[in-house]
Design a protein around this ligand. Structure first.
Ligand code: NIG
Ligand code: FE
Length: 415
């Protein structure tokens, strides 16, 4: 698709093809004040800059979009979701509001196990239709790339079913999906009390099929006290790396558990959650290439303490923000809520939040060279706001400010 976006009031480029670490880099959005323009040809950005510099002939044959009074940013990257699942857990949510804890519900056989039962029995058609609804909502909020995890099967057939649904979704709608195998989400009832045996089963019987069929690019695990320990995490992620997958970890979510340190040591793409990260964990991530992916909507939903974003950024971490959409701990993929929580409760500046949802989100899925910024050679994934400055993303809180979502140069959503 060829598209010429002109008269842009403010062009937020987030220039760069690497994760941004620390306050100075995360705070610099490389803004070009308008009138600015972007040209996308065959899905790829061929020009981004001041309108007066658009080369003659560059816009020939392009569809035009007039962005007068509007801010344009890179499309948002939601780098952590549990997109495909069966059933809902609306009762659990009410129990938690009344004081029950996430882990005690899980220990009683609810939580992830409850969604596992529903996902095992659900048809592919139903799983797909539900995920598609979420993807459409995300697209309307400016998301152009989504990570999606399996992990509600915890046995071969259902894990493959979830991952196949992800593959089908890629063909059915415009957003790019990065697929992650997360068989090690919890120990299923068949292996109750035998979590290490379960990890061995995953490594022996599930991971090789996932890798052979090319169903996932990455492997994730819930490393947490009472779920999977360090030795099990090493076993799972080492096998995944040998099978050619990138690595991620749910780390330090409920209690401090040294997860961030382990993620840095194993060279994970990202360590996610980090509500309970230790000072040593912060230091380890700051020195590594592992992205610290924070999920404020989950902390909000669990009524937990937010991850120490300010301390992490000041220490030099590369922070990303993502939704964690799932039917239990966070049944929301709201980008407006994410901006509000990050900037009002977590001490992040709006510039840092934008970096966290664009170039750093891209780095959290290893795609920082293809997406996450608006510059020549990158994919034409953009979001247009109905306001003239990115600052409205925190100021006009809780509202969807997106007027257009553009995917590879095609307008896929217009308000
Ligand atoms: O990221 N913490 C583990 N996994 C998910 C929750 C999954 C669920 O509750 O269904 C999370 O919060
Ligand atoms: Fe998660």
């Amino acid at each position: 698709m060829n598209l010429y976006i002109k008269n842009i009031a403010q062009l937020v480029t987030c220039h760069g093809s690497e994760a941004k670490h620390g306050k100075a880099a995360m705070g610099d959005l490389h803004v070009i004040e308008g009138p600015a323009a972007v040209v996308i040809r065959e899905g790829i950005i061929t020009f981004a800059g001041s309108q007066q510099d658009v080369p003659r002939g560059e816009t020939a044959g392009c569809e035009e979009l007039d962005a007068t009074g509007r801010c344009v940013l890179p499309g948002f990257v939601d780098s952590h979701t549990h997109l495909v699942f069966g059933g809902y857990r609306e009762d659990e949510f009410q129990w938690r509001l009344a004081g029950d804890s996430y882990m005690s519900i899980m220990e009683r056989g609810g939580g992830i196990a409850s969604t596992m039962r529903a996902t095992r029995t659900e048809s592919e058609d139903t799983l797909r239709a539900s995920a598609l609804r979420h993807l459409t909502n995300m697209m309307h909020m400016g998301v152009t790339t989504v990570e999606a995890k399996s992990g509600y099967g915890m046995e071969l057939e259902t894990e493959l079913k979830q991952l196949r649904v992800v593959r089908q979704l890629q063909e059915l709608q415009p957003l790019d999906i990065f697929s992650t195998f997360m068989g090690a989400h919890d120990t299923p009832p068949e292996y109750k009390g035998r979590s290490t045996d379960f990890i061995e089963y995953l490594c022996r019987e599930v991971l090789p099929v996932v890798a052979r069929e090319g169903l996932a690019e990455c492997c994730d695990i819930f490393t947490e006290k009472g779920v999977f320990d360090h030795a099990e995490t090493r076993k799972m992620l080492t096998a995944a790396r040998e099978a050619g997958l990138a690595l991620k970890m749910h780390a330090d979510e409920i209690v401090p558990f040294g997860g961030a340190e382990l993620a840095a040591e194993l060279g994970c793409l990202s360590a996610d959650h980090l509500l309970q990260i230790s000072d040593r964990g912060i230091e380890a991530l700051a020195k590594s290439n592992t992205i610290a992916t924070l999920l404020p909507c989950t902390a909000f939903s669990l009524k937990a303490d937010y991850a120490p974003a300010r301390r992490m950024i000041d220490a030099g971490c590369a922070v990303a923000l993502a939704s964690d959409l799932n039917p239990g701990s966070c049944f929301s993929a709201s980008i407006p809520l994410l901006f509000a929580l990050a900037t009002i409760y977590m001490g992040m500046t709006v510039e840092e939040a934008v970096t966290a949802l664009t170039i750093n989100g891209a780095a959290a899925i290893g795609r920082e060279r293809q997406i996450g910024s608006i510059e020549k050679g990158k994919k034409g994934d953009l979001v247009v706001l109905e306001y003239p400055s990115y600052k409205f993303l925190s100021y006009h809180f809780g509202m969807n400010l997106v007027s257009h979502t553009i995917k590879a140069g095609r307008i896929v959503y217009a308000k």
